[in-house]
Design a protein around this ligand. Sequence first.
Ligand code: GLP
Length: 239
Amino acid sequence: MKIIVDTPEKLAQLAAQRYVELLKNKPNAVLGYATGSTPLGLYGELARLNAAGEVSFAEATTFNLDEYVGLEGTHDQSYRYFMNKNLFDKIDIKKENTNVPCGIDMTNEKAAQYDKAIEAAGGIDLQLLGIGHNGHIGFNEPGTPFGSVTHVVDLTESTINANARFFESINDVPTQAVSMGIKTVMNARSIIFIALGADKAEIVKKMICGEVTPEVPASVLQLHPDVEVYIDHAAASLL
Ligand code: GLP
């Protein structure tokens, strides 16, 4: 695990360079993307570099980590909508090459097909991850088996509360999601993890220095051979 501590702006620039390098060497790379507020700086930087002609996504394929169950892709809080608005509409990627799990009429059987699609595309070259305050990656809540593939998840109360800020009322927050499993994430050849802010310091410490346990899903990253951890000074303050 390589740990990079810097300002949020510099981290976004450094992480973006990983995409520039990867896509230069492998224009048809398979990219795993994440939602949440944390990747927004990186997405802004990727859009800027794309507009400047420094990177092209024209041949790339993407797979997002997760989606809310029950929200159509046109809903302004769906992760499909988020990705279109914050990245896909701003870069030269072909929309048909972007994949976000479907949140409608989802079952575990259908969800597992997502892993098959990733495999058929050649596997994920570079997976981006953020972290929830309880250590979730994607929407893999504490207790999720390390062998899990893409599946339907019951969101915990703490995740529902954390995400309520994006909805009009807490009653509008979906209670389920569909998420790549821990195994799906661990199968990625390389991983970029980003966490920003003092409120992530405690969980970042557990992830990096704590016991590897399904109770802290992100701790599994200690077992991955190629992870870069991008954290700002506040998120790194307890290390
Ligand atoms: C959601 C997403 C996660 C993300 C987390 C943290 O729960 N499913 O993939 O890492 O939010 O979000 P933020 O970056 O806004 O703190």
